[in-house]
Design a protein. Structure first.
Ligand SMILES: [Zn+2]
Length: 440
């Protein structure tokens, strides 16, 4: 089977490509790129004029909920949502029931991903047994079974000695420890950013300091001990500054930011029913949405490479778990399907350029887990055809009823997005396609 994608803007930040041309796919691989006039007679031709074609997006951080919480999401629905969001490889966090904390569960997970997954899924395993924060997992065994990194995400690695042990192992294994930075004594049950809004609503605040203190600890430890550290969902100005300073000193560290921390603030926690203001549970997320100053710092960090990549932290929940009292409602945002639309605001507003955005969704995350079986995200001939095609100017309105994810929990319901994924290919096969005109 041959597929010719015609007249797209080809962006590949590994090859340093940004030009208009064609991409030819034969069976599972890209076989030619450029102006292609010669191709087999039975080639299927798709016109992608005015669209961008890039290597498939990689998401280092999502929650698929299966096994254990299939009412929130399954591997099937989560990976369909990933395909709709242009993600061809996603990394699943281990806070399932049971958690992915031994090699046998990694093996079982890989079988499930293979059977039900629409896109490539790579398992992240726990740092500690049961994510309980005390006993280190068999990191070597987990890596040998196919884990691509280690995280107790949802829970921070609070114990200094556990973090030391994990970092020491990570340097032998070559896979990252992915820490959710939150000093639990300082966040102290906080449910939203500590500031004027938490005061206004009378809710317990989760201060920036609680994140920054653990970012600082982790950076100090990796500077002193070595190891392979990746910092999850950075949310504050201070964290960006700390990572910037560490990188300038040559500390080996990588960091991610989510689409929501890059584009919306704690003000999304306010919602208006006519003139009446109320609190919006859909904006409850961990770490919390922060101030405009924090958003600007993270965007700047993304632009200059202090933040290496974008990760969705897709955290689907049932409406029942999100509703009710704000204090008891679940933390998390369903983010796979709105990621690109949200992020394109940064491009349309000239905060970052399109090449940087593509880089932070492809090569950036790849570099964090490149010591695994993951394929380098590139469109160069010979590569596996995992590809994303998006229209950077397509207007649409967020309607969670249309999400393929079971998680309808979004704080940007009803908002206008400019930029949409039109087609996602895995090994040359279209796994998501939308309104792309076919010539033949
Ligand atoms: Zn987390």
């Amino acid at each position: 089977m041959t597929l010719l994608l015609k007249n797209g803007r080809i962006i590949d930040t590994y090859m340093n490509w940004d030009f208009t041309g064609d991409v030819l796919i034969t069976d599972n691989r890209i076989t030619n790129v450029g102006v292609i006039d010669v191709y087999p007679d039975d080639t299927k031709i798709v016109d992608i004029s005015n669209m961008i074609i890039s290597p498939g997006f990689i998401d280092l951080h999502c929650h698929l909920r299966e096994p254990g919480e299939e009412s929130k999401e399954t591997i099937a629905t989560g990976t369909l949502a990933a395909a709709a969001g242009g993600f061809t490889t996603i990394c699943a966090m281990p806070n399932t029931i049971p958690p992915i904390d031994n090699p046998k569960i990694v093996e079982e997970s890989l079988i499930r991903y293979d059977k039900d997954g629409v896109v490539n899924v790579m398992p992240i395993a726990c740092v500690s047994i049961g994510r309980a924060g005390s006993i280190l997992t068999d990191m070597h065994g987990l890596a040998a079974s196919g884990a691509i990194g280690f995280s107790d995400d949802g829970n921070p690695v609070q114990d200094n000695d556990l973090m030391r042990q994990a970092l020491m192992k990570s340097s032998h294994i070559g896979l990252p420890v992915i820490n959710h930075c939150e000093d639990s004594l300082l966040s102290n049950g906080g449910v939203m950013n500590k500031g004027h809004l938490s005061d206004f609503f009378g809710l317990r605040g989760w201060p920036s300091l609680a994140e920054e203190k653990m970012v600082k600890r982790d950076l100090d430890m990796v500077a002193s001990l070595g190891g392979f550290l990746h910092l999850a969902h950075i949310s504050t100005t201070g964290s960006v500054d700390l990572i910037r300073m560490a990188k300038e000193k040559g500390v080996m560290v990588s960091a991610e930011a989510t689409p929501h921390h890059l584009t919306i603030t704690e003000d999304s926690t306010k919602i208006y029913d006519g003139p009446k203001m109320r609190i919006n549970n859909m904006a409850k997320v961990n770490p919390p949405l922060r101030s405009q100053i924090d958003v600007q710092a993270i965007v700047q960090g993304l632009a200059d490479g202090v933040i290496d990549c974008i990760a969705t932290d897709h955290a689907p929940h049932s409406i029942k778990d999100k509703n009710g009292d704000f204090n008891n409602s679940a933390f998390g945002i369903s983010g796979l399907e709105t990621a690109l639309g949200s992020l394109m605001q940064l491009v349309h507003n000239n905060f970052i350029n399109i090449n940087t955005l593509v880089n932070r969704l492809t090569l950036g995350p790849y570099e964090v887990i490149k010591n695994t079986k993951i394929m380098r995200p590139t469109l160069s001939p010979g590569s596996i055809a995992d590809i994303t095609i998006f229209d950077p100017n397509y207007d649409w309105i967020v309607n969670s009823d249309n999400f393929v994810s079971k998680g309808k929990n979004t704080p940007i319901e009803g908002q206008i997005m400019k930029g949409k994924v039109m087609m996602t290919l895995i090994k040359g096969n279209v796994v998501f396609g939308n309104e792309v005109d076919q010539i033949d």
